[in-house]
Design a protein around this ligand. Sequence first.
Ligand SMILES: [Fe+2]
Length: 251
Amino acid sequence: MRSLEQTGLVAAKSFLIEQDYTKYTLSQHALWSELVARRMAQLEQCACREYLEGWHALGLERERIPRLAGISERLARRTGWSVQPVSGFMPSRAFFEMLAARRFPTTTWLRSRESMDYTPEPDILHDALGHLPMFAEQSFADAVAEYGRVCYAMDSEEKLERMGRLVWYTFEFGLIRQEGAVKVYGSGVASSQAECTNVLSGNCEIRDFSVAEVLNTTVKVDQIHTRLFAIDSIAEILGAVHEAREIVEGD
Ligand SMILES: [Fe+2]
């Protein structure tokens, strides 16, 4: 992992931190292990191929909270991305800057036992277990970098709000059809027992992915989803980023 002085990041600079691995307690490692066991029991059945391959390729461990520096090295060798610990929620410009630079902002704190099922802000379970495995897939990794580049260049909050819907229904809550079944690749579904169970139980309408429809579908951050979108291939996402930019810029 590059040191903070070498980052070249401007907007994101004040959010960058180091992961202090010595601060995690034994009970936090045990909680991670419990959370991962519960999530993987479901994900081994319903996560997409690329997610499961990425999990193993990055060396994520079930028994211990991830050491982000080691994962970052493996990720860099595979897709040119790195993992950058950050202090928490970031404003959009800082976030896009990091994506464009192929640095994935990852929180280092772990939810408490009392909040095992839900945290309003992303923690290391959401960021590392949920997001990181997909960044080991080149076409996904390239699409997110392009999304960051496109959004970093946009100057209108209204346009960015619409581009946010694309990221919400792909990187965060995206589904994919593989081998005749609906599989999960978005972190918000992968890391959440409730969202994943909701999808698997058939309580969520699954629409064929359409950029135009996604851009017209508002995001509700604090409700279980009743409508999500399924792509047919991870390679579609890059094209969706370009199509969304054209629609949003043309409005
Ligand atoms: Fe996320």
